[in-house]
Design a protein. Sequence first.
Length: 588
Amino acid sequence: MEDTMDAHFQPARTGQTANHPATANTGERRTGASPWAVLAIILTAVFMQLLDTTITMVGVPSIQASLHSSFGEIQLVVAGYMLAFACVLVTGGSLGSSYGRKRMFLWGMAGFTIASAACGAAPDALTLIVARVVQGMCSGLMFPQVLSIIQVVFRKDQRTRAIGLYGATIGLATILGPVTGGGLIDLNIAGWSWRSIFFVNVPIGLAALALGAFMIPESRQDGHRRIDLPGAALLGTGLFLLVLPLVIGRDQGWPAWSFACLAVSPFVLVAFALYERRRTDQDAGPLIDTTLFRLRPFTVGLIVCLVFFTGIPSFFMILLLTLRAGLGYSPVKAGAVTLGFAVALAIGSARSAAVTRRLGTRVLIVGCALMIIGQLGVIAVMDGAGTGLQGWQLLAPMFVAGLGGGFFIAPVTSVVLAGITAKDSGAASGALATVQQVGAALGIAVVGVIFFGLLGTNASTSSASAVPQLRNELTVAGVPEQQQPVIVAKFDACFSARAHSTDPSATPAVCQQTQRQLAASPAPAAVKTAVAQAIDGHAVPAARLDDFTQSMRSTLWWQVAVFALALVLASRLPKVRLDTADTMAGGA
């Protein structure tokens, strides 16, 4: 494929770094293809990559039912992609600079497309998890090349508009993720159900791959840049040792290996930091230039991003799970509930440049504050509505939270990188993007421990809330009063077993025993049918709704704490104003 390209385009090279537009290769464009056509191809990749960070969340119940996967496995489907994406991002930028940005983009696109097909065809949860990790790695290979390719193919007077479209694509992918996923699942194209959210990437990826091979010009950095593969391996190992036990430890009953991984991970991450410091001192092409951390605003900014981004993806995970498994919403209806947040995010992003010009770094404080108010509003609505919760009732508080997201996500790159010199901006922006993805993966892991643990803890009170109605229906069905406590006790035991089960699609042994006893009962068939309907048709859904809403409401206090911590940290940033030129609409 690369040989074909060499016949059409000559390499455009400079001595600059290529991870950020401020330092990307800016040699003249050497191609007859329209730069806007090239932009359409590379933005297709951006859209697919970021869409796949959220699109799977709305399909979680469908995936679980189809593959009989545990809650931990389904978390890995989401978090594994983000973590692999994060671990390859900086290395991907270095590979593009050394071996060609077009080449790395095309290899990443090819791998992403193949991995998407593997995800869609996955026969079990393990295959899906592995394919998602490969997807994430390929995304990390593609993503750093995009801004550099924009620098190469566009003239200086065109780049502002091109980068604006890049930012808009990021926002659009964020907005459309849950809704697109829900629509594809509901359409059930060719009977694929949730698999269509992965299969849809295949024709798009193949088209982008074919067009990109002939239209994207090649560019690379002068000289051979050493690739810090040991650093990437240390970072990936340390992060996976931290995230993996948090995600599947509960499913396994918190075995000794899970605590061993958690204990070892800090030492691996410290070893990574020391190794990167040594490579920086030796000017040996480190994965992350540790001299950047001498700049307090940059260091604090990274920590703010890490904390803030633990909150948003994890919030959507528990929200969509509650809407689908708790309220019984269809995928597309559940996705539609997120539109209030998404629209507000777009509005906040569009207005963030003006707000940043006035407030400078304090715009991040405003964003965090609005996120807190929005989350508290969701808690208040859920408290007031109880089991009568309707998705539309969440639109107003989620709109407020979305504005906060826009005021934070859009300007955060410019705020954090404001004091970084041009020669360091590539490494700094790569570190920032990595931290954002790591935060998202960690947030999903931690929230999973809290939320799924609460589902089991709240099971008894939730089943008790459904008992009065169950007794009424049993009486109407003709079940003698003295026999009702036995049925109620079996219902309670069955519901509790389901709530504690790692596989929500499986039928626990106690439930199977209850079903057999009911089938063997000498009661008339009409009574048996009425009892089964009273339990499975009414009591179980009512208890499940109470369990999910209770658990989500409690978990949201963790989200509030996360955004409060981000606010406190943001307040430690220097209170300076930024020039208009320093503010990148669209964020990172």
